[in-house]
Ligand binder design. Structure first.
Ligand code: ADP
Ligand code: ASP
Ligand code: MG
Length: 416
């Protein structure tokens, strides 16, 4: 069995959904198809969640945009508005019902109850369209078998439970093709949870692992993994082959092409991950698998925006000790900070962190009870794997470097 994951761009309109069907039609294999929300639907639903939570009037307008976007695509796919399968209209109706209920006081919980409708509707759209195109398949609500804890918006998978439930649900060869959602799961109490933004790649890897897939393919709007984001760099090179380790380092540093959590479940079972273009499905793309020899790679450029540098120093001019480091990290961990670079001198501890959406100022105020804290925001973290002096010069020209760190293979630079 092969797992295919189709992301937002691959199902952004009716033509894109037809293209997905044409790709699926090429494969006689048993398939598990994981689908993300269409186009930028998740961003739209985020605005809907905020409007609903705060009881803003705009919520009706935003809902109408969500509904009309999907009905227009469904109308094009199935002939007319009257021919739209009820599975699709029922899900849109469920969003409306939810909006008619007053929200609870828990934002993260409310977020997860609404946001997953993007994936539910798009997967139904793909499933019904495949069916209409003669590709028999079964639609699965993944919340019935992907069990997680109740950390809403960033849930962790309960692997034992999910393994049993997933294998009871996806039965090959009873059905050859299954279609399901990325990004969402549910608690033991059947409350919807999500795995974090961009989490559909991770779902594909989870299902690949639990179902012992022969491979996982994520279909993208790029030829494969490139040595830089083509939206930011004009001359990019396709990386035909990568080790799991290289891919995990790249994506953890901020290469947005694959969710960083995707590699572990596949590495653990030795399942290859292919990244292929849905626009050029004949091209080989990138294969990520176990490689024991070192690959000679061209410099790989990764940028991550919204970074902040935090500098901690003891008030009494004493050295930074291991206890200080442990104390600072304990506080940052409670506040769910993500640390991307660490550097220590005699009296300073310097950290580069993702700037949190809210709460940086209040966190700093609290940390100032124990340390002098200085910080700078609005920085970019540049990571160059397999760097050369020339490549560093090119990326730092005309920019102020706040922090720099080099290892044998990688240089990291926090720049403004
Ligand atoms: P999906 O919606 O399918 O998950 P994403 O938009 O999340 O797709 O990921 C694909 C995008 O990743 C590309 O359009 C590209 O701009 C970006 N990207 C960032 N870094 C890279 C890279 N190193 N190689 C290829 N694409 C990259
Ligand atoms: N639709 C979700 C998001 O945009 C999950 C995903 O696409 O991977 O974050
Ligand atoms: Mg993505």
């Amino acid at each position: 069995m092969k797992v295919f994951k189709f992301g937002g761009a691959s199902v952004k309109d009716a033509a894109a959904v037809r293209n997905v069907a044409s790709i699926v039609a090429r494969y006689p294999d048993e398939l598990t198809i994981v689908v993300s929300a269409m186009g930028k639907t998740t961003n739209l639903l985020e605005t809907l969640v905020k409007a609903h939570f705060n009881s803003w009037d705009e919520k009706l307008e935003i809902f109408a945009e969500f509904r009309d976007f999907h009905l227009r695509i469904a109308g094009e796919l199935f002939g007319s508005v009257e021919d739209i399968p009820t599975e699709i209209t029922a899900l849109i109706g469920a969003v409306e019902n939810r909006l008619n209920q007053p929200p609870s006081l828990l934002f993260d919980f409310e977020y997860d109850q609404l946001i997953g409708f993007g994936e539910l509707v798009s997967s139904q759209m793909v499933s019904c369209y495949l069916q209409a195109a003669g590709i028999a398949n079964r639609w699965i609500d993944i919340r019935g078998c992907l069990r997680t804890d109740d950390k809403f918006r960033e849930a962790s998978v309960n692997w034992k439970w999910s393994e049993m439930l997933v294998n009871n649900t996806f039965r090959f060869p009873e059905n050859r093709v299954y279609v399901t959602q990325g990004f969402i799961g549910s608690t033991v109490a059947n409350l919807t949870t999500t795995l974090g933004r961009e989490g559909s790649d991770f779902t594909a890897a989870i299902l690949g692992n639990l179902l012992n897939a022969e491979s996982v393919t994520i279909w993208k709007d790029v030829p494969g993994v490139l040595n830089a984001d083509p939206k930011l760099f004009s001359e990019t090179v396709l990386l035909k082959e990568l080790s799991y380790r290289e891919a995990i380092e790249m994506t953890y540093s901020g290469a947005k092409v694959i969710h960083p959590k995707t590699m572990k479940p596949l590495h653990n079972k030795g399942i290859a991950l292919q990244v292929k273009s849905f626009l050029e499905p004949d091209e080989p793309g990138t294969i990520i698998h176990q490689i024991d020899h070192t690959l000679e790679l061209t410099p790989v450029f990764i940028t991550k925006e919204n970074q902040a540098v935090l500098t901690f120093s003891p008030y009494d001019f004493s050295f930074i000790t291991i206890e200080d480091i442990s104390n600072v990290f304990a506080q940052l961990s409670v506040k769910r900070f993500k640390v991307n670079m660490i550097q220590q001198s005699a009296i300073d501890l310097n950290l580069v962190v993702d700037t949190p959406e809210v709460g940086l100022e209040s966190a700093v105020l609290e940390l100032r009870k124990s340390y002098q804290v200085k910080y700078n925001t609005g920085l970019t973290l540049i990571t160059i794997r397999h760097y050369t002096e020339e490549s560093i010069g090119k990326l730092t020209a005309g920019r102020q470097v706040f922090m720099e760190q080099r290892s044998r293979r990688t240089v990291k630079l926090a720049v403004k």
